[in-house]
Design a protein around this ligand. Sequence first.
Ligand SMILES: N[C@@H](CCC(=O)N[C@@H](CS)C(=O)NCC(=O)O)C(=O)O
Length: 201
Amino acid sequence: MYKLYYMPGACSRAIHALILDLDQPVELIARDSVEDFRSINPTNQVPVLVDGDLVLREGAAIVLYLLNKHAPESLGASAAQQAEFTQWLMFANATLHPAYGLLFFASRGLESDAAKEEVLQKAAARINGLWQLVEQRLADRPVICGEKVSAIDMMLAVYANWGNYFPLEISLGKNTRQLFEKVAEYPAFAKAVAAEEAVAA
Ligand SMILES: N[C@@H](CCC(=O)N[C@@H](CS)C(=O)NCC(=O)O)C(=O)O
């Protein structure tokens, strides 16, 4: 059985949903219930996946590990399709996710209100620009890669939700909103959300 270190509503939610989608058993461990979590991940961040002796950090690496192990065909048939999947996975995990990270940093890390406001507005402008790329990608396809909802779509849906924590104009286009309706109804994602909310309640 996999162990997944998580925080409710955090990026680990997409990994949680992916494990359920792959029909694999998982034990969820809340990061904040672990006394010395830094010994598991020195960055103090989730997700961390444990598979026997393997302790894996970094969301994109975890997604690729799980898909290679349980559903390699979903990564794409050709080298070009696989590269495209990796590109969008990294866009989500290494470009869009850190852009949201700036919002959290500004709201918690800066003392002066003026500095906070400036960083928040700049981060929001960057995030809006990145969501436009998602919108364009979805102009002629229902999901980011492949035929059905993938880990990438679920990651994007999790990040989009973080906009609700800030009083900022973050606008999602019509295609993007349609994608997130699909993700919300996707059984594995809905199950992961329900499980995390049940624990948090
Ligand atoms: N590059 C890391 C980033 C992970 C990350 O930012 N995790 C956030 C939750 S979305 C976290 O654990 N934040 C808690 C903290 O930094 O204290 C990855 O992709 O796994």
